[in-house]
Design a protein around this ligand. Structure first.
Ligand code: FES
Length: 370
């Protein structure tokens, strides 16, 4: 590196840290003036690389869901259609994390929309949404997920069940804008799918490219693999299939794709994300390992717990989303020690490796760079 470019790099670093500082102060001021107790997260995680403040710009209450329009901080990287974020919030002394797909990406207005379905026993939808106000700041993660459009011009077959239709809308919008043909199969119990009026508007805008089919399980029962196969047979062999829904529905679509010998790379699946809860362990269950963090805290891990579950049980916040080794939002560098992947049984032995704490159980003491 020559002297001029090293001088320039130093200047850039200084300017960046100065502007980060200004942004930090401005956001802290906003934070103090707008945050309500309910969302009074610890400030510190706000400034790490994985969490960003996002102001609630509008709240639209519908029959089945509430739509939140958020304006994230400037340094938040703009997402791709089909991705999701996790929201972190404190409730009753606990840190909760919940993943939501974007139901709209409004680039011009610099804001994104998350659609929160009403779930009868859902803490976020039932308890917290009614108390959320325009102007509140929420904690959001960087956008994540590889449920995104492949770089080609192939047509899309979007298979959605229930609220699985949420990420399909931005995917369809992006694909249609590129001139790609899109077929939607929306499986729904009874009433209309979420955001249906927006799908209809899209259909009017792209009458030759978009085809929407509603499947009402109350009248038609659940679709079978054969039903899906029949639809696949009418589509191009290069079709990219996207499926988002419950486990049973994903299996049916997968089976149909296999039967049609669709290459695995053309099948894109998204699962519904679950909160990670610590398993009910007897109090006397043996502590088998300790996980040490950067700040010196040590998390006791009992037999049968993953690192993430142990952290939750110990009241330690750890970034995560799916809890199933899918989204990689919990990915963390292991400084030392050995962990075992509980899904594959494989051990990660090397220091400095990246691990997924949601599916990793420690084998002896472990140190993490968190
Ligand atoms: S929380 Fe999704 S991979 Fe760990």
């Amino acid at each position: 590196m020559n002297r001029a470019s090293s001088w320039l790099d130093k200047r850039r670093t200084r300017i960046k840290s100065w502007s980060d500082g200004v942004e930090r102060k401005m956001l802290a001021a906003q934070w103090r003036s707008t945050t309500v107790d309910l969302f009074s997260f610890a400030l510190e995680p706000l400034w790490d690389k994985q969490h960003f403040p996002a102001r609630v710009e509008a709240i639209e209450h519908g029959d089945d869901a509430t739509h939140l329009w958020l304006r994230p901080a400037q340094r938040w990287a703009w997402p791709q259609a089909g991705q999701f974020v996790s929201l972190l919030l404190q409730h009753d002394g606990q840190t909760l994390s919940r993943c939501y797909s974007f139901s709209s990406l409004d680039v011009k207005a610099d804001r994104v929309r998350l659609t929160v379905c009403k779930v009868s026993d859902g803490l976020f939808s039932q308890q917290l949404i009614p108390r959320l106000r325009v102007g509140n700041l929420l904690h959001i993660s960087a956008a994540a997920g590889d449920f995104v459009l492949p770089q080609n011009q192939a047509p899309l077959f979007l298979c959605a069940a229930g609220s699985g239709i949420t990420p399909m809308l931005p995917l369809a919008e992006s694909a249609l804008a590129e001139g790609r043909a899109v077929q939607l199969l929306a499986v729904q119990r009874g009433q209309q799918p979420l955001l249906w009026s927006e799908w209809r508007a899209l259909q009017q805008r792209y009458p030759n490219l978009l085809r929407c089919e509603l499947w009402n399980t109350n009248q038609q029962g659940r679709p079978t693999a054969l039903d899906l196969e029949k639809r696949l047979q009418t589509l191009s062999p290069s079709v990219e299939v996207f499926v988002c829904g419950n486990h049973g529905y994903r299996e049916v679509v997968e089976k149909a794709c296999w039967a049609q010998q669709l290459p695995a790379a053309q099948l894109h699946m998204e699962s519904f994300y679950q909160l990670v809860t610590a398993p009910q362990l007897a109090p006397e269950t043996q502590v088998v390992a300790k996980v040490k963090l950067n700040d010196g805290r040590q998390i006791p891990v009992q037999q049968g717990q993953t690192i993430l579950q142990a952290a939750k049980a110990a009241g330690v916040t750890m970034q995560h989303c799916c809890g199933q080794g899918v989204c990689r939002s919990c990915e963390t560098r292991k400084v030392s020690g050995v962990v075992e992947n509980i899904q594959t049984g494989l051990k990660q032995l090397r220091d400095g490796e990246w691990i997924l704490p949601c599916i990793s159980a420690p084998v002896g003491n472990v140190e993490l760079a968190i």
